[in-house]
Design a protein around this ligand. Structure first.
Ligand code: ASP
Ligand code: MG
Length: 424
């Protein structure tokens, strides 16, 4: 069996959905589990809707309307027959959804998040499944919440592997259907409460299915030709990597390369399942293969992370930052689920660079301020270079002020800001 993952960009409009058929038609003999993300930027839109709901900003109707219109636009382009079942189906989903938004919210933001934001994947998978059926690609729609079993760590749910393996096999392996359509990003607790696996978690969902099914391979279909050595958003002359070891792929993803979700590689590595990253626009082209490979990456890779905050923590009484303080600080980071991108400690201070988050970071700072003196700088960027040399460092630090630098044999990380910003 193969597992294919189609991300938001690959189903962002009616033509993209039609293109999924072109891709699948190249594999007409294979049994395939298809994992699909929310369409286009719908996860962001659902996050805005959640915000409106949770904070009662009065914008629920507007946000809801945008989400519904977007999906109905794609649906009407794909299904000219207004009697198609998909219309009743979506109508039911949106009606239930609308009602859900009239119930008062609980106090648990992360729980509410999962109940609402998960809808994007449900809707996209319903549309894709119905469309494939209408073009003759018969398929079985599976609710990922009936196969991906998690704990109740909302927004970052942990997988119950044994149960998931059992459920996935029951619903896919032992069935005769050739194509299965399910959702990325979502799962459910033993009590049937919806959970999500973290932003961009659909890649991880594909890996979970592949691990469970002992799949022959996974393909992630993207709008780039494969894994590039830098994000084309920030770099002009990127190079496509032909192959990558699991090790290098984990490191790149860990440092924030947006190409694959960091949790994706481990389950695949455990079962030695190759992962292909391929272009949905040029599906016949080779793409990049990630597999058990001893060869180290020969080319420097650049990973840019924007919207970083550098937080420096001092003991109030000028005492050393020692194990006890570090233990407390890490405890707070873990409680608020803030992930460290880089850290450094000196005698009197401890600095961490983390992604900015409107809710978690102010809360973190507030809580650390009880015991420590905190200074922080927002709006920074973090550049990581794997397999760096001086030339590659010089290339990314033009007109930048480097606030913190960490070097190991293979990797350099620099937290920096634009020099013009310093002048302001
Ligand atoms: N739709 C989710 C997100 O945008 C999951 C994913 O796309 O992988 O974060
Ligand atoms: Mg997405």
């Amino acid at each position: 069996m193969k597992v294919f993952k189609f991300g938001g960009a690959s189903v962002k409009d009616a033509d993209s959905v039609r293109n999924v058929v072109n891709v699948l038609n190249l594999y007409s003999e294979d049994k395939i589990a298809v994992v699909v993300s929310a369409m286009g930027k719908m996860t962001n839109a659902l996050e805005r809707l959640l915000h409106a709901y949770y904070y009662a900003t009065g914008k629920i109707d507007e946000e809801f309307y945008n989400i519904k219109e977007y999906h109905m636009g794609i649906t009407s382009a794909l299904f000219p027959d207004v009697k198609s079942e998909i219309y009743t189906d979506l109508d039911n989903i949106f009606t239930l959804f609308k009602t859900r938004l009239t119930i008062p919210t609980s106090d648990n933001y992360d729980y509410e998040y999962d109940q609402i934001v998960s809808l994007g994947e449900i809707i996209s998978s319903r549309i894709l499944s119905a469309y494939l059926n209408s073009t003759g690609i018969e398929n079985l729609w599976i609710d990922a919440r009936s196969i991906i079993r998690t704990d109740n760590t909302y927004r970052d749910a942990r997988i119950d592997w044994d149960k998931t393996v059992e459920l996935v096999n029951d619903s896919m392996k032992f069935h005769k259907e050739r194509i299965y359509i399910t959702q990325g990003f979502i799962g459910s607790t033993a009590e049937n409460i919806t959970t999500t696996l973290g932003r961009e978690g659909s890649d991880f969902s594909a890996a979970i299915l592949a691990y469970s099914l002992e799949a022959e391979k996974v393909a992630i279909w993207k709008d780039v030709p494969g894994v590039l050595n830098a994000d084309p958003k920030y770099f002009d002359d990127t190079i496509k990597l032909e192959q990558l070891s699991y090790h290098d792929a984990i490191e790149l993803a860990y440092y924030g390369a947006s190409v694959i979700h960091p949790k994706t590689i481990k389950p695949l590595q455990n079962k030695k399942i190759p992962l292909w990253v391929k272009s949905f626009l040029h599906p016949r082209e080779r793409g990049t293969i990630i597999q058990n490979d001893k060869v180290e990456l020969q080319i420097a890779s650049f990973i840019f992370k924007m919207n970083q905050v550098l937080i420096t923590i001092h003991a109030r009484d000028f005492s050393f930052i020692a194990e006890q303080n570090l233990g407390d600080i890490f405890h707070e980071l873990s409680r608020l689920r803030v992930r460290i991108n880089v850290m450094q400690n000196t005698a009197l201070s401890f600095s961490i660079c983390v992604d900015w988050d409107d809710r978690r970071i102010p809360e973190l700072i507030k809580s650390l301020e009880t015991d420590y003196m905190i200074k922080y700088n927002k709006g920074l960027e973090l550049v990581t270079i794997r397999h760096y040399d001086q030339e590659t460092i010089d290339r990314v630090t033009v007109n930048k002020e480097v606030l913190l630098e960490e070097k190991t044999r293979n990797t350099v990380q620099m937290v920096m800001r634009d020099i013009d910003k310093v002048m302001e």
